[in-house]
Design a protein around this ligand. Structure first.
Ligand code: UDP
Ligand code: MG
Length: 321
């Protein structure tokens, strides 16, 4: 029986894979239990696949799932969870920003009976001021908007129990997978270990601003419809304000005989409110777009090839830790 599955998404990470593998191996050997390391190649166009294939050939504990194109980080993690057979599944980034030795602390917590152990970042080294501040604000806005308690300052470095993994694989069918939210949604016994996030070992972030914004919006729209309610409230207040103002203008014209002047102010008010209307339509559009994605029901990833993927009975999760 495989006890631990470590899943590592890879997108153009040729510079870091070897080191990542060595470090993970070193840590996992310390557990003195069976484990597998699954690399999920998310459509890399560099030498990542060759490097991983090479590792798979000399080490049976390492497996590869290779996508037919880039499907995104969250989908790569999903594929990892769907193919993992360990009793605990650990997701970690390949760039070693999340220190592998923290896995041992996670395992300790898991053995104490926790079903989810998040890695919680205390400090972030080597990341831009913009990234830090935007991440800080984002996590707090998300918390304010959602009904599910999504923990702040945690990313995708976490350990989940087989039980949670089975729920994510079999019972949560949504295509737009904001995994940290889905894990929080599951409940059970959750805890965290704190760590300091290091600098990227090499290469550049694979999350440019555009992807980051999409990911952020995915999180909000996937877990809250408050933005739609906020739109209703804004609309309501603006209408109330406009109506009061309209009454005043009529009163001025009829009773005070003052001609209404102010072409410039009229235009700016119209433009301002048009802007708000468009923003609100945009918010609605974000939701409709996601509904569209869901109902099409297309697969969220396609596998081109895989190596060393093991199979096992993952339905039994009652076992002696
Ligand atoms: N990644 C991926 N697909 C993508 C983007 C990223 O599989 O489309 C992987 C990437 O190779 C890395 C992890 O996801 O292992 C996290 O990405 P990155 O370190 O670039 O994100 P950051 O730490 O800068 O937020
Ligand atoms: Mg990183």
């Amino acid at each position: 029986m495989i006890k631990y599955s470590v899943i590592v998404p890879i997108y153009n990470e040729e510079e870091v894979i070897e080191t990542c593998y060595e470090k993970l191996k070193e840590v996992m050997e310390k557990t003195e239990e069976n484990y597998e390391i699954i690399f999920i190649n998310d459509g890399s166009i560099d030498k990542s696949v060759e490097i991983i294939t090479n590792i798979c050939e000399r080490d049976e504990t390492v497996a590869l799932i290779s996508f037919s194109r880039n499907f995104g980080h969250q989908n790569a993690l999903t594929a990892g969870m769907e193919h993992a057979i360990g009793m605990a599944v650990i997701a970690i980034d390949s760039d070693l920003q999340d220190p592998p030795h923290i896995i041992l602390d996670m395992i300790k917590k898991w053995k104490e009976g926790y079903h989810v152990v998040y890695g919680k970042r205390q400090k972030r080294r080597g990341e831009s001021f913009f990234k830090k501040i935007s991440a800080y604000l984002y996590y707090r806005i998300l918390r304010a908007l959602t009904t599910v308690e999504i923990p702040v300052d945690v990313a995708d470095f976490r350990l989940i129990d087989r039980r949670i993994c089975n729920i994510l694989n079999n019972q949560i069918s949504e295509k737009n997978r904001y995994i940290r939210g889905l894990v929080a949604f599951c409940g059970f016994k959750q805890t965290f270990v704190e760590y300091e996030r290091d600098e990227r070992l090499a290469g550049e972030t694979k999350y440019p601003l555009k992807k980051m914004i999409k990911f952020a919006v995915d999180g909000i729209t996937g877990f809250s419809y408050k933005p739609l309610k906020i739109a209703t409230k804004i609309g309501f207040f603006i209408s109330l304000f406009s109506f009061t103002y309209l009454c005043y203008v009529i009163y001025e014209a009829l009773f005070l005989q003052r001609p209404v002047v102010g072409w410039a102010s009229t235009i700016s008010i119209i433009l301002f409110f048009q802007g708000i209307v468009l923003i609100v339509l945009g918010i609605i559009g974000e939701y409709i777009g996601r509904i569209f994605e869901e109902i099409k029901g297309r697969p969220i990833y396609l596998i081109e090839k895989s190596i060393n993927i093991k199979s096992g009975d993952v339905t039994k999760y009652e076992f002696d830790k």
